[in-house]
Design a protein around this ligand. Structure first.
Ligand code: XMP
Length: 321
């Protein structure tokens, strides 16, 4: 399937919204559709487009998969409630951690998330609701990178030849597939999303599991979640494109209170980018870097080393997994 990009320059947000709302209405007809809201700008925009098109015939779920950021599930559900969009919280922590158990290979971890998300969780929600459609926020960059074989973004299905109707029992609709992130933000603003959402730094679909090198366990996710909260707190005013914490697999020798402390390593990344296709590490002030190291190594139990990535994308990627 050939997908034509709509560039930022040619994008007319009002016209785009009208067209997509009409297309969603036409595709779903009198039926029911469901969608997954993660609180990122892509899924937030799709939620509002679909809500405009379908109203009560849209069932929006926030899947609590256990790998989201601190306080995120409740905050996003409350925020959309205030926008008039009901969102149901669906607890799938056991399903996700069960599927990720014992896996260390990045692509196997992505595949486990894909299967749990589309087959186990959404397969069930679709069957229970009688919906025939799943709306999701795949964007143009997701498709491009997956097709180029760089990284299989978890939400790419049809472009890889996966027939979701046969495999999972529903059709996937992707209203923002022609837009890059900057275009999605523009549409989000036009839709009346609050700025904290339409200007949100990107966050990967596989959530914190994309930031845990090695096995993804509840304990290891807790470590990266705490480090992420500190990084976001310290860097939210940096103006950077994206900032994150990564938990490494190898432990290193540290020293605490005069005794050997063989502990974990956190890597901080902070990116300048416009579209995530290429990226340059932000030249953070050294005082900021040492503050990050001090906070993470004292506030996150078991961390004895904090490093900062200084490698561009390419050859690095934004995330580590
Ligand atoms: P990479 O790591 O490929 O990331 O340089 C490019 C952008 O995409 C985000 N990312 C993902 N988003 N599913 C997603 O929805 C994924 O599997 C995934 N992996 C990376 C990443 O945060 C960055 O903004």
């Amino acid at each position: 399937m050939e997908i034509r990009e709509i560039t930022l320059e040619e994008l007319d947000p009002e016209k785009f919204i009208k067209e997509q709302v009409a297309q969603i209405s036409k595709a779903v007809g009198k039926g029911i559709a469901i969608n997954a809201l993660s609180g990122g700008v892509d899924s937030s925009v799709v939620t509002l487009l679909a809500h405009k098109a379908l109203g009560k015939r849209l069932r929006t779920y926030f899947v609590e998969n256990g790998i989201m950021r601190e306080g995120e599930p409740k905050r996003i559900v409350a925020l959309f409630k205030s926008l008039g969009v009901p969102v149901e919280l669906y607890d799938a922590r056991n399903e996700f951690f069960g599927a990720l158990k014992g896996l260390t290979d990045p692509e196997q971890k992505r595949e486990a998330i894909t299967q749990t998300f589309y087959k186990t969780v959404f397969g069930k929600l679709v069957r229970d609701s009688g919906a025939k459609f799943l709306l999701q926020g795949t964007n143009y960059t997701d498709v491009e990178e997956t097709i180029a074989g760089i990284k299989r973004q978890h939400n790419i299905l049809a472009q890889l030849g996966i027939d979701t109707k046969k495999k999972f029992g529903y059709t996937v609709l992707e209203p923002i597939i022609q837009l890059r992130k900057s275009g999605v933000r523009k549409v989000g603003k036009a839709l009346g999303l609050p700025e904290e959402l339409y200007n949100r730094p990107p966050f990967p679909g596989p959530a914190l599991s994309a930031r845990v090198i090695g096995e993804v366990t509840p304990e290891r996710v807790k470590v990266v979640r705490q480090a992420t909260a500190i990084v976001e707190d310290e860097l939210s005013t940096s103006g950077a494109f994206q900032y994150l914490a990564i938990l490494h697999e190898d432990k290193v020798t540290g020293i605490r209170d005069g005794a050997r402390d063989f502990g974990m390593q956190i890597e901080v990344r902070c990116w300048e980018s416009t579209d995530a296709v290429t990226g340059t590490p932000t030249a953070l002030r050294f005082e900021k870097l040492t503050k990050l190291a001090d906070r993470i190594s004292t506030e996150v139990k078991g961390v004895v080393s904090v490093t900062y990535n200084i490698t561009k994308k390419p050859p690095s990627t934004i995330e580590a997994v």
